[in-house]
Design a protein around this ligand. Sequence first.
Ligand code: FES
Ligand code: FES
Length: 157
Amino acid sequence: MTKRMTLRVNNTDYDVAAAPDGLLLDALRYECGLTGAKLGCGTGDCGACTVTVDGEAVNSCLVYVPECEGKSVETVEGATTNGVGAVVAAEFLKADAVQCGFCTPGIVMSTCALLARTEPGTVTDTDIKEALAGNLCRCTGYLPILEAVRRSSEAPR
Ligand code: FES
Ligand code: FES
């Protein structure tokens, strides 16, 4: 019988299956009903599944559910409801940094992780490129995304 465990996501506790090979991405999408994180490659190459675990951006297609026991997971649904995450979402819209949108939740979460570890006005383009290096976008050409993250990085944390 598969063990169950409590998965804390966006400050809410979910009772989920904790199979040793159960993926965090699947638990979020199919057990928690949080479909913001997307399955792209499934191999850690595209970043569409990015969420944060204890504040660190991770590819949820590569993280096993039991690894998250006792940790705090945040998805785009939680991150953008208020605070700096809401600013990030608004700046992405303002900068036209969203086209098909498949990459957007992951890029927003990588951005939130970057902003959580930096101070307003200190983030360089190199910092942004490094933070988003694992997130692929096939639509925008990246420049609007860069602009949106630049503007977000000025916001108070
Ligand atoms: S789906 Fe996880 S990195 Fe592509
Ligand atoms: S907006 Fe389509 S993949 Fe980025």
